[in-house]
Design a protein. Sequence first.
Length: 228
Amino acid sequence: MIQVENLQHTFLIGKKGKEKRVPVLKGVNFEVKQGEIVAIVGKSGSGKSTLLQTLAGFMKSEQGSIKVNGQETAKLTETESAAFRLRQFGFIFQNFQLMPGLTAFENIELPLKLQGTSKAVRKEKVKKIMEKVGLAEVADHYPNELSGGQQQRVSIARALITNPPILLADEPTGSLDSETEQDILLLIQSLNREYGLTFVIITHDEEVATIAHRRFRMYDGELVKEDA
Ligand code: ADP
Ligand code: MG
């Protein structure tokens, strides 16, 4: 489903003319099969978010190849890349990134609205997914009226609502207490089992990695596969 070969990325840091080159991805190789939960575990600053950003096409890498569902993503134009990203990926972030002025229902509905889905279909789909992720009772709550765990459920529902085959999660439980973390991990596992959704989860948290079918470890820009 995803094949990454020799991916390299260097940031230029500092004042113009005096920039320092900081290699952050140093030839990363890995693959993700359909229906897998893959965890990329590593310390803060090891390059995990950079890897996810390049995977999603938010950032261009200067070397290497990324294939998603057979498509070499470097060959896409900016516009094609944005459309491709919307079709293939849902995103889950540590800080949820919900719209504060929209209710839980409206946050989840938003991607469908942007796609031009009719109101009746939107309502039906959002209702169904809210039940699935355990949010039926708080549909009309605003993000600041929800617990951290509930906010992350909203963000997961929003990521799923357009049916992307791959979910990319950057520290999905990083802002949650350990009990809520367990709830979210169980939800991710059940979505993976029931719908065959593919998850790539990056985390510094060993606990999160326990739900993965396969684990990779990131050390200072290099990725090492772990034995299952
Ligand atoms: P992680 O997600 O594992 O904590 P990141 O991928 O965020 O690591 O960062 C890896 C390294 O790249 C860090 O040293 C960070 O300072 C640097 N870095 C990240 N983003 C940028 C950027 N936009 N410009 C310059 N340096 C960056
Ligand atoms: Mg990060």
